[in-house]
Design a protein around this ligand. Structure first.
Ligand code: TXA
Ligand code: MG
Length: 340
């Protein structure tokens, strides 16, 4: 166990400057003791615990306030280790893994009993990925168990893309946050399953459909489900700020009319746009995702931008959709869910 002195320093949020190796050791010790720890990945921060340990996994659900019907992704650092807890890796899954791992792709694979049912919400398949972040990869290499980790946010809220985001919402509920800086992709992993000959995308994410189809050909997309979602990214309202968010096409938007209709003032309006500032609202209340129109940059800025607007003294966030291609699709998926 980590010394009590350090635990207190960490819990009190004092800025102790650990070297990356020291920080990894602290995370490792907490995880080995059955605790949950926030870890950085290239997509979003995860709330991690020993995936083989039902007690640690149930702590994850508690801390997140997550319903137990919503299964978790299991993170590992090698395909060899993954083979210890999945029954088989279909050929096309192997192709995708070879090409995209470590990376923002999660594969649904038939699980062995080593993975507790709590992790998969009783489903036969376990969601698996190798994340691309040096600190977490190093941590995983040192552990003799994989890490179950959902995004490190309270259930339903926007996923965290910095350690600071995690600290703000879960800081008093977990013993340690492994700070790996801002997430380079900024949007959750793409989730894929294999059914007979079909490849099915259940959640749009950091690896685009176009990139996946280049490796394995045509895929099918099933994003919406009713009462029993296979994937919570499938829950209708998710990834949402506390403030009301509404999708708007700014080319055909009459602000004056809207303000009268909603009984709002200009200062009540926040704006989330792809490239351009909206000239009729104060710039301080606007987030521009990528002035140059770069999808990757827009994804990186999306969740932090939603958080910034959520914390401003405005009443409503007006957001626009991006072109429906590449990462634009995943960004639009999050914007649609956030505005329900
Ligand atoms: O990028 C990511 O995927 C991040 C980082 C931390 O890896 N994790 C993440 O986890 O977004 P979470 O729990 O917020 O979303 C995981 C999604 C959920 O929608 C869950 O329903 C789905 O994965 N999922 C997990 N296991 C599943 C399974 N066995 N079958 C179907 N869907 C599953
Ligand atoms: Mg999540």
């Amino acid at each position: 166990m980590t010394g009590l002195f350090w635990q207190r320093q960490i819990q009190n949020g004092l800025s102790v400057n650990f070297s990356p190796m020291e920080a990894i050791t602290i995370a490792k010790q907490f995880l080995e003791a059955g605790e949950v720890v926030a870890i950085p990945t290239e997509t979003v921060y995860g709330l991690a615990g020993n995936a083989f340990d039902t007690k640690a996994v149930s702590k994850i659900f508690q801390v997140k306030n997550r319903p137990v019907f919503d299964p978790l992704i299991v993170h590992s650092d090698s395909i060899l280790k993954i083979k210890e807890f999945v029954k088989e890796i279909p050929e096309k899954a192997q192709l995708l893994a070879d090409y995209f791992w470590p990376g923002a792709l999660t594969l649904l694979l038939p699980k062995k009993n080593l993975i507790p049912d709590l992790v998969t919400a009783g489903l036969d398949r376990v969601a698996v990925r190798i994340p691309y972040h040096p600190l977490s990869l190093n941590l995983l290499q040192q552990l003799d168990f994989p890490l179950a980790a959902p995004s490190a946010n309270p259930f339903g809220y926007i996923s965290p893309t910095t350690a600071q985001h995690v600290r703000q919402q879960l800081g008093d509920k977990i013993p340690y946050i492994l700070d790996g800086g801002a997430c380079s992709i900024g949007i959750e992993s793409t989730i894929i399953g294999f059914e007979r000959e079909e490849i099915i995308v259940y959640r749009l994410g950091g690896i685009s459909i176009e990139a996946i189809e280049q490796i394995v050909g045509k895929v099918k997309t099933i994003l919406h489900s009713s009462s029993n979602p296979q994937s919570a990214g499938m829950l209708e309202s998710h990834y949402a700020p506390k403030k009301k968010m509404m999708l708007v096409n700014f080319d055909h938007f009459n602000l004056e009319e809207f303000l009268i209709q909603e009984n709002l003032a200009k200062k009540d309006i926040g704006i989330l746009r792809f490239q351009q500032v909206y000239p009729l609202v104060e710039e301080a209340n606007q987030i521009i995702l990528s002035p140059t129109g770069d999808f990757a940059e827009a994804a990186q800025n999306l969740f932090a931008g939603m958080r910034t607007l959520d914390s401003q003294p405005i009443q409503i966030i007006l957001a626009e959709l991006l072109p429906e291609k590449d990462l634009g699709r995943a960004i639009n998926d999050r914007l649609r869910r956030a505005s329900r």
